[in-house]
Design a protein around this ligand. Sequence first.
Ligand SMILES: Cc1cc2nc3c(=O)[nH]c(=O)nc-3n(C[C@H](O)[C@H](O)[C@H](O)COP(=O)(O)O)c2cc1C
Length: 330
Amino acid sequence: MFAFMENNSLREYTHGVVLAPMAGSTDSAFRRICRRMGATAVVTEMVAAAGLSRKSVKSHKLLRFHTEEKPIGVQLFGNRPGDFEGAAEMVSEMDFDFIDINAGCPVKKVVNSGSGSALLRNIPALAAVVRAVSSHTSLPVTVKIRLGWSPAEPVPDSLPAILADEGAAAIAVHGRFRSDMFAGEVRKSEIERIVQNSPVPVIANGDSRSVSDALDLMDATGASGLMIGRGALGNPWIFRGLVTGKPEDAFPLPEEVVSVIRQQYEMMSEYIPVNHLYHILRGQLLNYIRGFRGAAELRGRAVGVDCREDVSDILSELEELLNTERQRNL
Ligand SMILES: Cc1cc2nc3c(=O)[nH]c(=O)nc-3n(C[C@H](O)[C@H](O)[C@H](O)COP(=O)(O)O)c2cc1C
């Protein structure tokens, strides 16, 4: 239902099923895996517009991507229009398909500087950022928001039109307020209100842990597309289930799980120096090792992987445990 034959990268973002940006988790290798599983578009982790402007190596590393990931958006965060202008010009030279502006991050350090979801309580500042980006790129510009700062300070109903007037081509909405952080249920009716007020497509986001959760979110909100974050970590097959429309396709065979982790590891080895590789891989392994008998013990060992042999041992054991679990459930 979400597969696209046409070559229209923004439509694959606005009307598809997209991998959410997640700092520290959705690196290039994982994004490639999700695209292989059917995610119709991906977005980089958030990158500091100011960091790009001052040529920070750390920020530049976050821009690395593989053509297999396309269509891909680059997500910028910050609060000064001048930083966004420079950053937008720079990333426009890099073969990205669109530029996304982060107006949702709830982290204290980010909001204290007026960035992320702090922009939702300062609409003129957010409008200025969107204007800065749209006037310094020919790429489509999108914005990722939350519902507002708090239930007492929701975004105004006019926000989608304001963003569209400044050049935004689409809006992704995580259905929580900043004050919710990640707690409580996603507020579907609030997303629906934004959909109804928006002249541009709205992508709904929040708590899709299964194919049916995702379809419910779509139905309840009337959004044009879906964005999936934590539900894809350790379960990129959720995209396969959504693309085929068969929930069972979201449940991989044990050998598929191990094969996908191997592919991800090989891709990571191509661009992560070995002194960082295993540290980063551990986090990814933990995402996959959960929800079956013996997972806790195996997780305890996965946090110690330090070399190729350790990875092979963990994966052999993972396959065995998943096979046992499968036999048990048949
Ligand atoms: C570890 C983590 C990192 C995140 N990093 C970003 C980010 O860099 N940019 C962003 O817009 N949202 C970020 N988010 C928010 C997600 O994109 C998404 O909006 C949120 O997790 C809700 O969707 P989900 O329930 O499908 O995970 C992050 C979330 C998590 C859990």
